[in-house]
Structure formats: structure tokens, C-alpha cells
Design a protein around this ligand. Structure first.
Ligand code: SF4
Length: 232
């Protein structure tokens, strides 16, 4: 029989196995926001190249980005893939931050409203979906919001913690129900740990034999069928 299950068990096992993750890899809250846009549909190494370009052009601020022409910004973002779409999305986010009066210190957005209102306003920005909005809330604004991504769904499904075909909101609510309401640190670390597990162990073809969650997992115990892989 598999051992104890639950998201806090997952957190404890993975934290013990992998150690601190120190997410999000960025030098400022605004850089987190930029990364949250650029990481859509691409590998992080490509995001890093685009952010390196922005840094080299001294363009890692709302004011600097809004000063650039759209073509010049697109060239800087080119390594991130879908760069013309992402250019429009990043410009939309910068205009939003400026309109809210937080263009100089974007993390001050956190002081303007409660989480549900901030989330609603972010979701209204062109190109900001649920995962992007929640990444900004958690990793840029330091607010207690669980981020859900394809790794979360795959791992949760295999562990037997999530049913297939749940909506983003349903997956998020299922995890949030097990976490302390205001605990930013556990949300920050849990998402990062799930990404590490998804990349190194719970891949489309899982490496269950060496996975730290082996004894807690329905899939490894032969109790559930594999989900369709979303990405590697
Ligand atoms: S034991 Fe296998 S299926 Fe379960 S979480 Fe680990 S890698 Fe994924």
C-alpha cells in the first residue's frame, strides 16, 4: 500500500529530498513579472536570454520598456519565442502598471487591493492568464496564491490527489484547501518543488524507481492510469 498522501506530505518529502529551491530566479519583482510573461510556452533558458537582452539594453523597468519602439522591444524578446505576441503582452502589462501608478516600484501593486481584486485586474490585462497572474501574485507580489501548471496536474493526477479534467480553479482550490491560508513560503516552495519533480522524475515517461514520492504515489503502486503528457 502506498504511504500517506496529501499536498503537505508532498511538500515535506520533496523539500527533504531537493532542499530549498529559492524561486523565482530574478533580481527584482518587476523582473519576475517580465519572466512570468516570457515563460509562456517556452523553456526557461530562452526566457533568460531575453531577460539578459533587456538587462544589457538597460530596459528592465516599466519606463524603459515603454520608451522602446515595439520593434526594438520585439528584437530584445526574440529569444523567448512567440516574441511578437509577448511584446504586445509585456507592453500591456507595463501600461497597466503605469496606469496603476506603480511603474517605478511595481511591487507596490500588492498594497492597492485584496488578492481577489488584484487577480481580477491582472486577468484583465492582455495576455495574462491564470498561471501568469498567479505567478505574479505569488512570486512578484509575495501574496499567498498557489500557482498551477502542467507539472502540478500531471503529478497530482499520478499521485492520486487530483482527478483528471479539473479546471485550473478546481485544481488550485484542491491544493489551497490543504495549505495554511496566509502561508506564502509553502506556496512558493511547493510550486518550485513540483517543477523540479516534473522535470527530473515525473516526466511523460516517469522515473518512479528513484522518485522520492515513490511510496506515496498511486501511479507507482499501479492504482491509476497515466495521464496524457503535457510537456517534458
Ligand atoms: S512515483 Fe512516478 S508517477 Fe509518482 S510522482 Fe514519482 S515519478 Fe511521478
Amino acid at each position: 500500500m502506498p504511504g500517506e498522501r496529501g499536498w503537505l506530505v508532498v511538500f515535506g518529502v520533496l523539500e527533504a529530498a531537493f532542499g530549498p529551491q529559492e524561486w523565482w530566479p530574478a533580481q527584482s519583482p518587476f523582473e519576475v513579472m517580465v519572466g512570468a510573461i516570457l515563460t509562456q510556452n517556452t523553456a526557461w533558458r530562452n526566457v533568460e536570454k531575453a531577460i539578459t537582452n533587456l538587462r544589457a539594453a538597460n530596459a528592465l523597468s516599466v519606463a524603459a520598456i515603454l520608451t522602446l519602439s515595439e520593434n526594438d522591444l520585439a528584437e530584445l524578446l526574440r529569444p523567448s519565442g512567440f516574441y511578437r505576441i509577448k511584446t504586445k503582452r509585456l507592453l500591456a502589462l507595463c501600461r497597466f502598471l503605469k496606469a496603476r501608478g506603480v511603474d517605478v516600484v511595481p511591487e507596490q501593486l500588492a498594497r492597492q487591493a485584496a488578492v481577489p481584486a488584484l487577480r481580477r485586474d491582472l486577468l484583465a490585462v492582455h495576455g495574462v492568464g491564470e498561471e501568469t497572474a498567479d505567478s505574479i501574485l505569488l512570486y512578484a507580489l509575495n501574496l499567498p496564491v498557489m500557482v498551477v501548471d502542467a507539472y502540478t496536474r500531471r503529478i497530482g493526477g499520478r499521485l492520486g490527489l487530483l482527478e483528471n479534467h479539473l479546471s485550473y480553479t478546481e485544481v488550485q482550490a484542491a491544493i489551497e484547501a490543504e495549505l495554511e491560508p496566509g502561508d506564502v513560503a509553502v506556496r512558493n516552495a511547493l510550486h518550485a518543488l513540483l517543477v523540479s519533480l516534473g522535470k527530473d522524475y515525473c516526466r511523460p515517461r516517469p522515473r518512479c524507481d528513484t522518485c522520492p514520492l515513490h511510496t506515496h504515489c498511486a501511479y507507482a503502486a499501479g492504482q491509476c492510469r497515466p495521464r496524457q503528457p503535457e510537456h517534458s
